[in-house]
Write a protein that binds this ligand. Structure first.
Ligand SMILES: Nc1ncnc2c1ncn2[C@@H]1O[C@H](COP(=O)(O)OP(=O)(O)OP(=O)(O)O)[C@@H](O)[C@H]1O
Length: 248
C-alpha cells in the first residue's frame, strides 16, 4: 500500500521539554488513522509538524512524497492546499455567511473560477455534509455539530488528499458525535481521502479508525486495529482506556 505520510525518528522539544521522542508512524493511502493519547502528549504538535506549521528538531517528515523540512514557503503553501484541517473550534469566520465561508478558500486559492462554478462547488460540498439548507445562515445560528460540518465542508471544497481532524467530536453530545463519525467515514469514501484523526474519544476511535496508534512518552508504542490495541495489557494503555467511556 502507498504511504501518503511517512514519519521516522521524529524529535521535537520545547525548551527542555521533550514532546516527541523518536516517533515513527505512517499513514497509508485511503485509511483513517486514529491517534489516541492523553492531554499534552503531543498530538497537535504532530499534525502541526505534518502541515509545516512547526518544524521538527530531527527526523524524517515526508508528506505526499515531499520532505516537509526542506520545502520553502511557496512549496509548503502548495502542499498545504492538498491537506484539509478540521480544527477543534471549526475556525469559521463569524461575520460571514456559510456560503461566504465556503467560497473564501476557493476565491483565495483558485484563479479564474466563474460565479456558476463557485456556486456549484459550494452546493455540492454542502450536500456532502448534509447542510444545504444552511447556506445563507450565519455561524452563530448553527449548532456545534453543524459548525463542525461546515468547517469540514470548508476544507473539502479544496478536494484535499489528506484530512487532519483535531478532536472532531470534542464538546459534542453523543448523538452528534455519532453523526460526525459517520461523516468522517463518508468523507473517506466519497472524497478518497487519507486521514489522521486525533482524539481521546474511544467511541470515535472505534467508529472511524481503520488503524489506531497510541501516543505516549513521545512515541507510538502501540499500533493496530482498535481491537488489537484494546487487548493490550500494557498498564499505560489500560490506564488510558479504563477512564474512558465507550459505547458498544
Ligand atoms: N508552540 C509551543 N511552544 C511551547 N510549548 C508547546 C507549543 N506547542 C505545544 N507545546 C507543548 O507541547 C505539549 C504537547 O502539546 P499538544 O497541543 O500537542 O498536546 P495534545 O496531545 O494535542 O493535547 P490535547 O489533547 O490537550 O490537545 C504541551 O505540553 C504543550 O504545552
Amino acid at each position: 500500500m502507498n504511504k501518503v505520510i511517512e514519519i521516522e525518528h521524529l524529535y521535537k522539544s520545547f525548551g527542555d521539554r521533550d514532546i516527541l521522542i523518536d516517533a515513527t508512524i505512517d499513514l497509508y493511502q485511503g485509511e483513517n488513522l486514529v491517534v489516541l493519547g492523553r492531554s499534552g502528549t503531543g498530538k497537535s504538535v504532530l499534525i502541526k509538524i505534518i502541515a509545516g506549521l512547526l518544524t521538527a528538531d530531527q527526523g524524517k517528515v515526508n508528506v505526499l512524497g515531499r520532505d516537509v523540512n526542506k520545502l520553502n514557503i511557496k512549496q509548503l503553501n502548495e502542499l498545504r492546499l492538498k491537506i484539509g484541517f478540521s480544527f477543534q473550534n471549526s475556525a469559521l469566520y463569524d461575520s460571514m455567511t456559510v456560503r461566504e465561508n465556503l467560497e473564501f478558500p476557493l476565491v483565495r486559492n483558485i484563479r479564474n473560477m466563474t460565479r456558476s462554478e463557485i456556486d456549484k462547488s459550494v452546493q455540492e460540498v454542502l450536500e456532502s455534509v448534509g447542510l444545504l439548507q444552511a447556506i445563507d445562515q450565519m455561524p452563530s445560528e448553527l449548532s456545534g455539530g453543524q459548525k463542525k460540518r461546515i468547517g469540514i465542508a470548508r476544507t473539502l471544497i479544496m478536494n484535499p488528499e489528506i484530512m487532519l481532524y483535531d478532536e472532531p467530536t470534542a464538546g459534542l453530545d453523543p448523538i452528534t458525535c455519532i453523526e460526525i463519525n459517520q461523516l468522517i467515514n463518508e468523507v473517506k469514501e466519497n472524497y478518497h481521502t487519507s486521514s489522521i484523526i486525533i482524539t481521546h474519544d474511544l467511541t470515535c476511535a472505534k467508529a472511524v479508525g481503520d488503524r489506531v496508534a497510541v501516543l505516549f512518552d513521545g512515541n507510538f508504542k502501540i499500533q493496530g486495529t482498535f481491537d488489537e490495541v484494546f487487548k493490550n495489557q500494557d498498564p499505560r494503555i489500560k490506564s488510558f482506556y479504563d477512564y474512558n467511556f465507550i459505547e458498544n
